[in-house]
Structure formats: C-alpha cells, structure tokens
Design a protein around this ligand. Structure first.
Ligand code: MN
Length: 701
C-alpha cells in the first residue's frame, strides 16, 4: 500500500523540501475532506488521489500538479468551494483543481460518437493550463486500472469514454505509454472475451516463436557489431487493442498480424539511425514501399523514428523501428518528457506554460523543417493555445466558433433564421446578455420570437463574418421596406395638397418619370424619398406637371412612432408627443424629428426641400426620452427619492447623474422615458412635490 511518506521520499529526489511539504499538506487536506468516503473497492477514498499523484510523480511533474492531484476530487465530491482551496493553497492550485472538476463534469456519454474529435478539442480548449489535462489523464489512468470493481454498465461507459476521448488526447500530446495503457484497459473492459482470446493467442504465438525471435535478434545484433555500431536491439510486442484494430480495420486474420516480427533498435544519435538502416537493409531485403522516414518528417505529435519492413529468413516479415534514446523518450512521454528529462537540478525550473510551449515549439520546428506545418497547426497548436471555443446546442451538438464569439454568433451559426429572430439567450440554463463571450463547454440556448428583427447594436460585438453579413443584410431589407413606406406617405401628403394621390396618377406618367430618374420600380423612387435622397415636394410637382400651383395649407404628416430605422428623434432637443415638431430630411439618413423651435434647424426651418411639417398621430406609440435638470437641497438618499417619484408617475429613469454645486445644493440630470407631454407633466409634478426641490428644467439644445 503506497503511503504519503513513500511518495514524499520519491518527490525529494527532484523537488525541494518546501515543495514536498506543500504536497503533504494537500494530501492531509484531502484526507480530511474525503473523511468517511470510500472507493468502490472499500479502500479509503484518499488512496485514489494519492495514486494519481504517484502517477504524476513518475512523470516528474511539479509540486502544483501534485497538489492538484491530491485535491482533484475535493470540489466535485465534498462540496468544498474553489475559494476555500484558493485561500489554503493559492490561486494556481485552485484553478487546476477547478479545471479538472470541469472536465469531470463534462458528460460525453449522451453525445454522438461522430463528435468524439470535437470533444477532444473541447476538453483541450477548456483547460487553459496544460497541467489540467495531465492531472486528468493521471486520474483517468488510475480509474482505468481499478475498473473491475465497478458495475458492468458504468465500467463500459468509462471505458468507452477513455477510448474515444482520453486515449486520443494522450496521442495528440505524444504520450504513447499512457495511450497504450488506456487502449488495452479500455479494450478489456469493453470486450472482455475478445481481449482474453487475443491475449491467449498472443501468449501461445510468442511461445511458439521464441526461437525465431531469438534468432532474428541475434542476427540483427551481429550485423550491427560487424559495422561497429552501438545499438540496443529489442523485440517489440504489439498491444492487444492495436492487434484488434488491425484485425477489424484491415480485415486481417490474427495469424497474418502475428506472423510479423517486430523489433526496435535504439542508438545514440540521429546519424547512427541511418547507418543502422543501411546495415539492416544489407542483412535482409527491404519490402518495397514500407520504408518511412519519420525523422525527417515527424508525425504531428512530434513522433520521430525510422520504420522499415524486411524479408527475413524463409520470407518472414520483420518490422523494424530505428530511433535515438531521446526520440524513444519523446515517443513514450510526449509533452510530459519536458518535465521528466529537462528539469534536472542544474537547469532553471521553467514555468509549465513555458514547458508546454517548448514542446509545441519543438514540434513546430520539426514540422517546419519537414515542410508540412499545416498538419501541425491543425492538430497541435489549436489544442494547446485554442483560438476556438466549443459549445453545445441544447440537443448536445457541438459547435465550433472563433474565440470571443457571442450567443448572436452562435445563433447565426445554427441557422440564419435563428439569428434573425433571436431575442435572448440562456447560457448553461441561465439568462445571459447576448453580448457575453461564450466559454468552451457551455450549453447555449437561443430564445427567439417570430417577427423579431436583428438589432443594429449587435454589430458592435459579433465576431463571425456570417453573423455580421446576415445582420447587415437583414437591416438593409428592413430599412428598405421602412423607407418605402415613409416615402409613400411623404409623397402622398404633398399630392393630397394638390387634391391628388399616388394611385390617381396615370401609370404612363409614373413610368416616364422613373425612366427620367433611371429607376426601375416605383418602390425605388419611394425608397429614395423615404431616405431623404429626393424631395417629395419636387417629385410631386413633376408627377403633376410643372403647371400646378404650389399647394396651399396642406396638413402636416402624422408621426406614429412605428416608422422604424428611417425615422429618428433629434438628440439635441428630444421631442416627445405633444411637442410642436418639424421633420428634417437628410440624404441617406431618412427623417430626423426636431422640436419646431430647435436652434439647430432654425436656418432651414422654412425651406420646403429640407424640412417638412409634422404632427403627432393620435395613436402614437412608444417611449420617448427627455432630459430633466433638477436642482434641490442636498439630502441623504435623494437619488432613491427621485427614482421613486418618477416611478410613482409611471415614468422610467434611463440615466441619472449628479453634480454637487456646493455643500447645500445638488444638481441632478435625469433622462426619463415618457409617453407624451401629459405624462411628462405628471412626472414633473411628482418631482416638484418633493421637499427641497428648487427648480426643474427640461433640457434642450
Ligand atoms: Mn478522481
């Protein structure tokens, strides 16, 4: 039974005393937190985190990883909060534990198998620190080693998840030894009969072939010796799951696979690898087309080796791998090799991210030398320094989005219609702002409403091109239809003044005028009028014929409040229903409504080509902002007093700011939304009733 003392002894071979003591402290904390909990095997629960830490100690991981290993199930299983761990062991360790817990909570089970690769990426993206993945792999390894005690169903679920998610992650990180163990343990749990049968057959075959194996090994060693090459020849066993996959995937019989004899030759330097290759090709004839130079062109995870297949005596195929000691270590440990071999005493201990980066950099350099960095970027860089976030749809589908994406980007990625009709979102079942950047692993649900329209403000935060394009397009369509309808009303208003209307104008006349303006449709003309690019007055005169008299007292155009994007209310004078108003048409922007006496338009006020008389429709709808300036004696809680007065009059405060003029008088600026002047009067009356109020002014430019 491993103990914390035994572990501490091992750790002291590569960690300082202080660090070993921190690991001890984490162990005792975990022991207490899990007190009374037992593993399915009956052992005290703390034996599990201790075993996980032991696996990481084999990899020479740093003290923070080991502490996180000790504490990795504390948040998940004992209800102790991350904050408590942070107070005890610092932010880094708490973050690591939290990251491992999040991976543990991820439910791979119900999701489609086809998504396995996305899950691997998602897991990687979720872990901002690569050590989270390493602790999780060690955790999973110990669970796989102790799988027998679980019920059949649970065992299969964990095994399946290991084969589909964790073995490939280990593979991506170049951790061959762990990957092989995952695969064999997973295979055994998923298919105990097949695994046992293959295991038996392998043992039998090995017994039968012992003589041949020894002979080949001898002749290989002999051949190296003749050329004066130092090398270590060893027989290589295929792992059970590898054999099984070959039998299934390549439809080979067991004997066909086992008829191959596999050896590995390990040498001191790269140069020697090629000399060994020459020597063995001289010994036996190589099988054409089977030679692979993974030294010059490494695999995406950094694996390097020479592979060749030879015709041995009596035509027996012999597979040979030739590599250096360093390549062998990298092949077995991948990213973890940087903790295992690069941290010996004299060297400065490097930060973990620096180590992960170093590994990635190494792989990148190898790939660049080999001239295929594309594959690298696809499979390694993305995993460690993700530019993507991976989120779930409510049905469990995974969507890949660029980093910084929001629920609106997500909605458009699901479907254009979903984006266009989106009004709100839930992230992990909680309502969240549409602008919130999404985190990997979240479940995102879009709330949509029929008839809803994209909001121009979304353009400020969406990051995907798809969302941007579709929002722009939808807004353009919306703007066009609103412009057309405003244009039609403007034109008809002028025509009415001449006792005419658009539908009374002969069709040929309209046609002739469209031709003159080089427009195709009457809608194009109306849109132009609505946008302020063409004056309704001028168009009307031409439609009627130049001879007509200027209209007399035509009625003003009524504003309904539903005109949409082509009508806006001037910020300088903030008109509200009931105020005398005038419309200013500015090219391309549509109509801006000003107060009749607004100073900003006083110069063009009577120019019929730029300004148009307006009135408020009886049924005008909407809320309108006005700015009030309230001077009052300073008193405690005056903001609350003002707010409740406005509220009591059914008004709504949009903005509030205060500057104190002297110790006694305060000046508060309020932006209040109201329905009309009558409503505003009610609000002001309520405010005036407050004690200490000196003056209330409605602000205008
Ligand atoms: Mn665990």
């Amino acid at each position: 039974m491993p103990s914390i003392d035994a572990l501490a002894d091992r750790l002291s071979t590569y960690l300082g005393n202080d660090q070993v003591n921190l690991v001890r402290r984490a162990y005792f904390y975990a022991e207490q937190a899990h007190d009374g909990q037992r593993r399915r095997s009956g052992e005290a629960y703390v034996t599990h985190p201790l075993a996980v830490a032991n696996i990481l100690a084999d990899m020479h991981m740093d003290h923070q990883s080991l502490m996180a290993a000790m504490l990795h199930d504390v948040i998940e299983d004992t209800g102790i909060a991350k904050e408590a761990l942070q107070a005890q062991f610092g932010e880094t360790v708490a973050e690591l534990v939290d990251g491992v817990s999040k991976l543990t909570q991820m439910n791979f089970e119900t999701k489609a198998e086809a998504q396995a690769e996305n899950f691997q990426k998602m897991a990687m993206a979720m872990a901002r620190d690569i050590r989270v993945i390493l602790v999780k792999l060690a955790d999973r390894l110990h669970n796989m080693r102790t799988l027998e005690v679980l019920s059949g169903e649970k065992r299969r679920r964990i095994a399946k998840e290991t084969l589909e998610i964790y073995a490939p992650i280990a593979n991506r990180l170049g951790m061959h030894a762990i990957r092989i163990e995952f695969e064999d343990l997973g295979f055994k749990a998923m298919h105990p009969m097949r695994s046992a049968r293959i295991n038996q057959a392998v043992k039998r075959a090995r017994g039968n072939r012992k003589e041949i194996v020894n002979k080949i090994e001898e002749s290989l060693s002999h051949c190296l010796a003749i050329d004066g090459i130092q090398g270590e020849v060893s027989g290589r066993q295929k792992h059970l799951y590898g054999i099984y996959k070959k039998m299934r995937g390549k439809r080979r019989a067991f004997n066909e696979i086992m008829d191959v004899y596999a050896f590995r030759i390990i040498v001191d330097k790269v140069d020697t690898c090629y000399r060994v290759l020459g020597a063995v090709h001289n010994l036996y004839k190589p099988l054409p087309g089977r030679f692979k130079d993974y030294i010059a062109i490494p695999k995406a995870n950094g694996y390097q080796s020479l592979h060749t297949t030879l015709f041995g005596m009596h035509g027996v195929p012999i597979e040979i791998q030739i590599r250096t000691r360093e390549m062998e270590e990298m092949a077995n440990n991948g990213i973890a090799a940087h903790w295992l071999y690069k941290s010996s005493g004299d060297e400065q201990p490097k930060g973990t991210h620096a180590r992960a980066r170093q590994w990635v950099k190494g792989v990148l350099e190898m790939q660049q030398r080999a001239g295929n960095s594309l594959e690298f970027i696809e499979s390694v860089k993305i995993d460690l320094f993700p530019d993507e976030v991976y989120v779930f749809t409510p049905k469990g589908r995974i969507m890949e989005l660029p980093k910084g994406s929001t629920a609106v980007d997500f909605a458009y990625a699901v479907h254009t219609d979903v984006g266009n009709s989106c009004i709100a979102c839930r992230i992990n079942r909680r309502l969240a702002p549409l602008s919130e950047p999404l985190q990997s692993g979240s479940t995102v649900e879009i709330v949509s409403a029929p008839g809803a329209r994209p909001n121009p403000a979304w353009l400020n935060f969406v990051v995907t091109g798809k969302a941007r394009t579709h929002i722009r397009h939808a807004l353009k369509l919306q703007r066009r239809s609103e412009s057309i309808s405003l244009g039609e009303r403007l034109l008809n208003k002028v025509l009415n003044g001449f006792d005419s209307a658009l539908d009374k104008i002969p069709a040929e006349r309209v046609k002739a005028m469209l031709a003159e303006y080089r427009l195709e449709l009457i809608e194009d003309l109306l849109e132009d009028i609505g946008l302020g690019n063409r004056m309704a007055y001028v168009v009307a005169r031409r439609l009627l014929g130049e001879g007509e008299q200027l209209p007399g007292a035509e009625g003003p155009l009524a504003i309904r409040g539903t005109e949409g994007l082509v009508l806006s209310y001037a910020k300088c004078c903030t008109p509200i229903p009931g105020d005398p108003i005038v419309g200013h048409l500015s090219a391309g922007k549509g109509m801006v409504v000003h107060l009749d006496n607004c100073r900003n338009i006083s110069e063009i006020r009577h120019n019929p080509e730029k300004c148009i008389q307006l009135s408020w429709a009886k049924d005008v709808t909407g809320e309108f902002n006005v700015e009030l300036r309230v001077e009052l004696e300073h008193q405690r809680g005056l903001i609350a007093l003002l707010a409740s007065s406005v509220n009591a009059a059914d008004g709504n405060i949009e903005k509030i700011s205060m500057d104190e003029r002297d110790g006694r008088i305060s000046v508060v600026q309020l932006v209040v939304s109201v329905h009309d002047r009558v409503h505003l009067a009610r609000v002001i009356k309520k405010l005036r009733a407050l004690t200490g109020v000196i003056r209330i002014t409605r602000m205008r430019a």
